[in-house]
Structure formats: C-alpha cells, structure tokens
Ligand binder design. Structure first.
Ligand code: TXA
Ligand code: MG
Length: 325
C-alpha cells in the first residue's frame, strides 16, 4: 500500500479522507498538538488496525476525538462539573478529559477500561472531517499520535510519512502543528480532578479555571508511565525518544560544558535550539529533535526551559526523551 498525501485546502481531498475513514481505513489527520493516526472509533476492526500500524500494545487505550462537547457528553456515563467547566473553557483545544465511558464507546478503543479520554481538536479541517463522520453515525475518531510506538510524535505530514509510509491509507496535510506537543490529560472522574499528563494547556490554567468554580486539581501519576509500568518498569521512559542519545541541562552553561567535553573526546554533538519563548520551544521541539537525530551526531545536548506554564510540558517531554533506555 502506498500512503496517499491529501491536502487540507483541497475539497476533494478532504472528502477522500472522510471516505477512507468511513470505510474503515487509517488516515493520519492534523491537530493543533501533533498529527493523529485516526480510525473510525465506531469500527472495531479499524481501531484494531491502529495498534498494528503503530506497533503499540492493544491494552494501551486511545483518545477519542469528537467535534464538540455534545458528542463528548454522549460518550460519557458521568459528565462531572470539572469536565463541563474545563471543556467549556478549553475546547476546541489541547485538553483531553478522562471520563467514565458510556456503552457507546467500544471497549477495543479503551483497552478494556471503563473510562475514555475525549478531546475536541482545534484544527478546522479535522473538525470538518469529524462533523461529516458524525453525520454518518460515527462516534468520532480514535487517534493516538501518528508515530511508531516509542518514537517522536509527528508535527508535520512529512514526519508522518517518514514514520508510517505504506502502513496507512492516507495523510491529510494541514501544515505544521501550532502547539507542537500533546494535549494535557485531566482525569475528571474524581473530585478533585487530576492532571495525568502535562501538555498544551498549562496546569496553572486548569487550576485557575477550576478555582473560579471552587474546585481544585491535583497532579497525578504520569499517564505515560502507568499502562505498562507493571509489566516492564522503565520501558516507557523511552517515550518521545530520538535514536541518538540526548542529555538535557538546567542551564546553557552546563550544556555548553557537556558539549565541549564530548567534542574533546571526538564525539559529534548536535545542540538542540532552546528559544526563550516557550511557545516556540514547544511548537518546534519535535521537529528539531528529529533533525538533530539524522545520524550526523553521536550526542544531542539540550537546555530545559523553566517549569512555569507550558514549560512544564516541554520539560516533561525532554526528560522522557533523555531518560536512559
Ligand atoms: O494531543 C494529543 O493528545 C494527541 C493528538 C493526536 O490528539 N494524542 C495523543 O495520543 O497524544 P497518545 O495515544 O499518543 O497518548 C494518549 C495517552 C496515552 O498515554 C494513553 O495511555 C492515555 O492517553 N489514555 C488514553 N485513554 C486512557 C484511559 N481511558 N485511561 C488512562 N489513560 C488513557
Ligand atoms: Mg504518543
């Protein structure tokens, strides 16, 4: 199978993406965070093929993307106050809500769990695709990040091709992702709500909006550290990882010292750019990690941003990418 490149600005291409998805095929779609490897969440067979294409364990649950909060409520058995407040404020946007699933969500999507993670992406063409699929009776699109399991998430259609060419029917090219790192996942099943993964919406923003309604939030065990942790401790630390070893430091001075030392030993060192504007750092992080990982370097050195706001999510991804494999 040759993967077809579809273009978001071409109407016939958007129609083709809908057609592929409605007939059970896999299409990578743009979101504001990273590209998603999408299948019709109503179609068990299609959802199963996501795990095969990605090389991901079938027990690893998938996020369901929907067009609006109405569709989210229909997939939840218990839409809590925190879910209502956060989604009213941040959707469409890089926030994912964990909720108790209704029986409309097939269990293959959630790896057999009783909960489901839902998100309305802030990407016009993907919202159009979702609207059409809902009209055709679909509950939404199940989509993990469109990379092979354990590797760097894709933020352009070209990245998707380099990861999944020949394994999926098509990629819908909507240009580079503007947030660049994955969504923030908040468990809204309990009170207080719990941030399970830092992401495109900062924990401070989540806490601020909930506080306006007298609610609080906690910081929980990392969702990317949980599903396989019991099976193979440490295995998940290779998430988001380049093949080239990466070392990260709190300051540019420490990074420069490490670079000089490695260079003095004859190692080829690539320096990861570290924009002072954390939005640019986030937006370009995965693309720059990929380009530093082109086989030309023996070591990549990076500088961690401060942990305020979006910086927390950038730090999280860099620390995971740097963790020993
Ligand atoms: O920004 C994003 O969230 C991107 C775009 C494509 O929407 N998606 C994404 O999906 O990052 P993925 O599959 O790479 O990461 C989703 C995380 C995984 O760690 C998964 O285990 C967790 O969410 N997750 C999904 N459903 C869950 C559930 N019911 N319970 C616990 N964790 C869940
Ligand atoms: Mg992922």
């Amino acid at each position: 199978m040759k993967t077809v490149l579809l273009v978001a600005s071409v109407k016939a291409d958007v129609a083709a993406a809908v057609e592929f998805l409605a007939s059970g095929h896999l299409v990578a779609v743009p979101t504001e965070t990273v590209y998603g490897l999408a299948a019709d969440a109503s179609n068990d067979e299609a959802v199963r093929s996501i795990f095969a294409a990605k090389g991901r364990p079938t027990t690893h649950p998938l996020i369901v993307h929907i067009a609006d909060v109405e569709h989210a409520r229909a997939l939840s058995r218990q839409w809590t106050a925190a879910a209502e407040i956060l989604t009213n404020r941040f959707w469409p946007g890089p926030l994912s809500v964990l909720t108790n699933r209704s029986n409309r969500v097939p269990s293959v999507v959630t790896g057999g769990r009783d909960t489901v993670v839902l998100r309305v992406p802030d990407q016009p063409v993907t919202l159009t695709v979702l609207d059409r699929l809902h009209e055709l009776g679909s509950i939404g699109l199940a989509a993990p990040s469109a990379n092979r399991f354990g590797s760097i998430s894709p933020t352009t259609a070209q990245h998707v091709i380099s990861e999944l060419d020949g394994r999926i029917e098509a990629v819908l090219d909507g240009g580079p992702c503007k947030v660049g790192i994955e969504s923030t996942i908040v468990d809204c099943t309990s009170e207080p709500a719990v941030v399970l993964r830092p992401g495109g919406i900062s924990a401070e923003e989540v806490a601020g909006v909930l506080a306006e309604h007298g609610l609080t939030v906690e910081y929980g065990k990392d969702v990317d550290g949980s599903p396989e942790a019991a099976i193979a401790p440490g295995m998940l630390r290779s998430h988001y990882a380049p093949r080239t070893p990466l070392m990260v430091f709190e300051s540019a001075a420490e990074a420069a010292a490490a670079r000089d030392e490695a260079a003095s030993q004859g190692r080829r060192v690539a320096e990861l750019p570290h924009p002072t504007d954390v939005y640019l750092y986030s937006r370009d992080l995965y693309a720059t990690l990929r380009s530093c990982d082109d086989g030309q370097a023996d070591l990549i050195v990076g500088v961690l941003p401060a942990s305020a706001g979006l910086g927390a999510a950038v730090r999280d991804r860099l620390l995971k990418a740097a963790a020993a494999r």
